[in-house]
Design a protein around this ligand. Structure first.
Ligand code: SAM
Length: 254
């Protein structure tokens, strides 16, 4: 039987499922702060763009750990509404603004940002394409920091290779991705893998969400398929986690 891929589900259905979860991809405040540690001091004049920000878990961490102001952008309006509400609740509206937009058609000026951040989202427009396109919005010596699905080994079992190739056709090894950073005009500053705990913390809250979502959409075959897909993602991770994961790539624009 042909396996279902993530591309068969409607974007708004995926976002409806995820927007009730604190995170929409693996990551944690600790790893966001660790990545920030490789970037020079960001004063209150500095500007950060957080692209594919989702509901803004990492955006709030950036706001609480730098002096900079942040423009957070996502294609899904529901997530941006949640992000702006969280910023208000945390008293961060003076530093954080969420806007709806697409990562491949940014409403920004050239040389506007000191730092472009993107956790778990660049694959939507392609790693090389994103790094290339975003560069002009960075000041000289500005930084890019992204997490991206990457292979840990040169070879993988066919089952997991196929799953990820369907989801992210460009998925590659860490070494290859570093060479793409260099090719697109960044000095690789630091590269580190996200720990397994980030994946566990991503999968665990989904269990309750899946039950709730199935109940809300009872009888909806597409929703049942989406939940089966999400459960399979978690099963495959526990089976094949030594072969892949999210990797933080931090580069400095030349
Ligand atoms: C895996 S989630 C990561 C969200 C968040 N950064 C996190 O780590 O929790 C990917 C996000 O990218 C957004 N996205 C997908 N395509 C996009 C595009 N072309 N422009 C902007 N955002 C996009 C989705 O709406 C989703 O919020």
């Amino acid at each position: 039987m042909e396996e279902i891929t993530i591309h068969e589900f409607d974007f708004s259905l995926i976002n409806e499922y995820f927007s009730e979860l604190e995170r929409q991809g693996p990551g944690s405040p600790k790893e966001t702060i660790r990545a920030l540690g490789f970037i020079g001091n960001l004063s209150n004049k500095a500007r950060i763009a957080d692209l594919g920000c989702g509901t803004g878990a990492q955006t709030m961490v950036l706001a609480q750990n730098t002096e900079a102001t942040i423009t957070a952008l996502d294609l899904y309006a529901g997530s941006i509404d949640k992000l702006n509400a969280t910023a208000e609740k945390l008293g961060l509206l003076n530093k954080v603004k969420g806007i709806v937009g697409s990562m491949d058609d940014l409403p920004f000026r050239n040389d506007e940002f000191d730092l472009i951040w993107s956790e778990g989202a660049i694959a939507n427009i392609g790693f090389e394409n994103g790094l290339n396109y975003w560069k002009k919005f960075l000041k000289k010596d500005g930084y890019v920091a992204v997490t991206y699905e990457s292979w840990f080994t040169n070879e993988r079992p066919i089952e997991i290779e196929k799953w990820w190739k369907d989801a992210v056709p460009e998925i590659s090894t860490i070494a290859h991705n570093i060479s793409i950073m260099q090719k697109t005009g960044y000095i690789p500053v630091a590269v580190f893998t996200l720990p397994e705990s980030c994946w566990i913390d991503y999968f665990i809250p989904q269990k309750a969400r899946q039950k709730e979502f199935l109940k809300k959409h009872a009888g909806n075959k597409t929703v049942e398929n989406l939940i089966a897909f999400m459960r399979r993602e978690a099963d495959l991770y526990s089976k094949y986690k030594q072969y892949y994961g999210y990797v933080f790539y931090i580069g400095k624009k030349i």
